[in-house]
Structure formats: structure tokens, C-alpha cells
Design a binder for this molecule. Structure first.
Ligand code: ZN
Length: 274
């Protein structure tokens, strides 16, 4: 699932390409991604509107429209927003098409867990997906002290699922949680109350270093992620733990192990992560 580096890559590209553009036409080929509006309601608030701003909160994209409404887009596992020439062949799994002059923004999703919701822009802060989110992982208010305080509220949780919990911290998911814990030398199963202050500081440092580094490389292409031009992220070669099961750890040579933790894979070095 796209995490902060991938969703922010898309946000920046949309900001450059479609901000200020008018959505002249909307075509809904499958209503499944529209979770809180009928096709008719959706078309009513989107068609003819200008894209005023493209924002991001955690893994969620927010597109502010001149109609006073905003689109809240979650790509989930396999969702893509593709910027293509209107004449480009239509791929299977394209569900919603926003026409902007000679180009289109196409919402594509193979697994169809992704969605587009519509909110009045003024009501957006009260949407549950936004309201319940934890601090932004790269935000100014997410300091080491804030992280320490947050951890005090979740003392019995294992570390990896906690890092992935968007209501705890927003923007970190499966890939970068593995990487931050590898960086810190902490196993994904470690319970919060067992962590030393030094380990907590290292996890924090891992999050704050790895996310911007991944963003600089347009993220990692796992679960079919591509940017709006269909390009893969280039951070994969830099991943130390995620997806490296059986490969030697860069620090100590021990094969990276994969376990299942609360239904999700977790990758770590069994020797240098304690
Ligand atoms: Zn190791």
C-alpha cells in the first residue's frame, strides 16, 4: 500500500500537473470506489469544477474543488491515479475518469479496495479518516518528545503494528515500519514497555530519516505502485529488510527473516535486531 513517500510523490505531481485545471467531464465506469455518493451526486459536484489544491494527510490524498467540495482519495492496496492523454488507450480496471482538456486523470484499481469520497470542504476535518489520524510522520509536531508521549499510551503493543496504525502515526505502513525498525535494531515484535529510551530515539530517527530518503526516490514500487506518469518508485534497492527474506543482512550477514505478525508480514534481521 502506498505510504507517505509514494502518496506525497503523487501529490506533488498532481499539484504540478492538474492544479488550476478544470474538470470538464467525469465518467464513472464503476461506482464501487464511490463510497459516500451516488454517481449522479458525484458528477454534480465534480463536473465543471476547478482543482484548487491538492493536499495529503497520512496516506490520503485530498483534492479541493472550486465547487466547495473536496475529494478524499485513498489508493489502498493497488489504486493508481494516472495522468494520461485523453487519446491514450483505456486500461482494464479504470473506474473513474476526470477529463481536463486534452488530458485525463484516471483512477485505476485492480483489487478495488481504493476509494473516492466526497465531502463539503468545510466538513472535511470531521471526516473519520482524517479526524482520527495521528500526527503526520514528517510533521513539525511529531517530535521525539511527542513520540515518547504517544508510546506511553500504548505500552503493551508490539512495535511494528503500532507504527503502521494510522491513528497512532500517519504515513508509515508495512514497508517503512520494517525499515525504521531495522535501522533502530529493534525487532518488530518488541513490546513498547520493553524499549529503552535509546531504542525509542533510534526508531524515531529511523522514521524521520527513511521517509524523506524514500520520497527523494519517488517511493518504493510494491503492490503495483506507480506515480501519475506510470513510473515506478526508485527506492527499492535501498530497502534493507522489507522484501529481503533469505538475503544476507547488510550489517551482519545473517539471512533476513520474515514472520507473520497480526496477519501482516514483518521482515527483520534475527541477529542485529534485538
Ligand atoms: Zn543483521
Amino acid at each position: 500500500m502506498p505510504e507517505m513517500p509514494e502518496v506525497e510523490t503523487i501529490r506533488r505531481e498532481l499539484d504540478e500537473k492538474v492544479k488550476g485545471g478544470e474538470i470538464t467531464k467525469v465518467e464513472v465506469r464503476s461506482a464501487k470506489p464511490l463510497k459516500n455518493a451516488t454517481v449522479e451526486e458525484f458528477i454534480n459536484v465534480v463536473e465543471g469544477a476547478t482543482i484548487e489544491d491538492v493536499k495529503r494527510r497520512g496516506k490520503i490524498l485530498i483534492i479541493n474543488l472550486s465547487s466547495g467540495y473536496s475529494l478524499l482519495i485513498h489508493l489502498k492496496l493497488t489504486g493508481r491515479l494516472l495522468y494520461e492523454a485523453a487519446s491514450a488507450p483505456m486500461e482494464k480496471h479504470t473506474h473513474v475518469i476526470f477529463s481536463l482538456d486534452e488530458h485525463q486523470l484516471r483512477f485505476w484499481d485492480q483489487r478495488q479496495f481504493g476509494y473516492i469520497k466526497v465531502f463539503k470542504t468545510e466538513d472535511l476535518p470531521n471526516a473519520s479518516e482524517v479526524k482520527e489520524l495521528g500526527p503526520e510522520a514528517m510533521g513539525d509536531d511529531f517530535t521525539l518528545e511527542a513520540f515518547q508521549k504517544l508510546l506511553q499510551t500504548r505500552k503493551r503493543s508490539p512495535m511494528k503494528p503500532l507504527l503502521m496504525d494510522q491513528n497512532f502515526i500517519a504515513g508509515v505502513g508495512n514497508v517503512y515500519a520494517d525499515e525504521a525498525l531495522y535501522y533502530a535494531g529493534v525487532q518488530p515484535t518488541r513490546i513498547v514497555s520493553s524499549l529503552s529510551p535509546e531504542e525509542i530515539a533510534k526508531i524515531y530517527e529511523g522514521i524521520r530519516r527513511i521517509l524523506p530518503a524514500a520520497l527523494e526516490h519517488q517511493g518504493s514500487s510494491v503492490d503495483l505502485y506507480v506515480d501519475i506518469y506510470g513510473r515506478q518508485g526508485e527506492y527499492m534497492p535501498y530497502l534493507k529488510a522489507y522484501g529481503r527474506e533469505g538475503e544476507p543482512c547488510e550489517r551482519c550477514g545473517t539471512p533476513i527473516r520474515r514472520i507473520t505478525l497480526r496477519g501482516r508480514g514483518a521482515h527483520f534481521c534475527p541477529k542485529c535486531q534485538k
